[in-house]
Design a protein. Structure first.
Length: 318
């Protein structure tokens, strides 16, 4: 009798649906891993690495926007600063690539902690404007400190080095598998955060912050935590990109980069696990294969964005 009552309980379908979603996500992860293994033998590895770096960047941003409900217009600050730190330490300090990437990621996390502590005091458009203003401060700092950033020339000819002193990263295919591993690790971390108790509270704050506060949750601490996690992962993407392209420039830290990651997330699907990956792939592919059109690429991006908003309200994946 108890078993039949449990089966008839309204909780049972929810549990079954949750298990089926987990099985689907597990299958997608396995398929994605298999695709990443095969991809460099079919597609140019450097292009794939660019897609993976921006996909991780978009997933990090989506964690903040889609699950934290916080729209940041300044994520380029963390992406770009991590890129500079990674490139500078690898070239001028001679540190191995894994240490350079780690240092860039840590700096992005610390910067996110400082900026997040200021920004989360406000909500909505005010939060977005504060993040944009802080990011512009980072941009002008980068422009005015050529001894560190190289100014308008950037930091060029960054050595890829050897991973753990063993793997020669000058080989594009070897570096690709390192980047793919970093991407998968970042994606799995984001997935774990989303489906953890922390992630559930985060969604509750996003949907109804006053109610979450009334239940005893400290919303500001949760928002700051997800902000720091997002900026740290954005830094990981930027630091990795600097090693891949052996370059860190003002493009990485300028405000259009912040807009670009917003576009990738919206096109792929806000609040979805895999949507930002699709959005990043679409945008990067357009930039790569339509480069001969010059500035018209931006026009085409705008048209695609409008079409996605009109036809796919929840993004390509959503």
């Amino acid at each position: 009798m108890a078993d039949s009552a449990a089966l008839e309980s309204p909780v049972a379908p929810v549990v079954a649906e949750s298990k089926s979603a987990e099985a689907l996500h597990r299958a997608i992860f396995v398929g994605l891993a298999a695709l990443l293994v095969v991809a460099p033998f079919v597609v140019y590895p450097v292009f794939l690495m660019k897609v993976l770096c921006f996909a991780l960047f978009a997933c990090a941003f989506n964690l903040l926007l889609g699950y934290g409900g916080l729209l940041s217009f300044g994520h380029a600050a963390y992406f770009g600063m991590a890129s500079y730190v990674s490139a500078y330490t690898a070239k001028h300090w001679g540190v191995p690539p894994e240490i350079a990437i780690l240092l860039g990621t840590l700096v992005a996390g610390l910067l996110g902690l400082v900026f997040g502590s200021l920004a989360i005091r406000r909500q909505g458009i005010y939060f977005a404007m504060i993040t944009l203003a802080l990011a512009q401060m980072v941009f002008f700092f980068s422009l005015q400190t050529p001894g560190f950033t190289g100014g308008e020339d950037g930091i060029q000819a960054v050595p890829r080095g050897r991973l753990f002193g063993v793997v020669d990263l000058s080989d594009d295919r070897a570096l690709y598998f390192v980047v793919a591993a970093i991407f998968l690790a970042g994606l799995l971390l984001i997935y774990r955060v989303i489906h953890s108790p922390f992630g559930q509270v985060l969604k509750a704050i996003r949907d109804n912050e006053p109610r979450a506060i009334s239940l005893g949750y400290r919303a500001s601490q949760y928002k700051l935590a997800v902000f720091v996690i997002s900026t740290t992962l954005a830094g990981l993407a930027g630091a990795t990109k600097a090693i891949v392209f052996q370059l860190a420039s003002l493009t990485d830290v300028n405000w259009p980069m912040s807009g670009e990651v917003v576009l990738m997330t919206l096109v792929g699907g806000v609040g979805t696990v895999f949507g930002p990956i699709a959005g990043a792939a679409v945008i990067v592919a357009m930039q790569n294969y339509l480069a001969q059109l010059g500035s018209w690429v931006l026009v085409i991006q705008g048209v695609i964005f409008v079409v996605c908003v009109l036809l796919f309200r929840e993004g390509l994946v959503g």
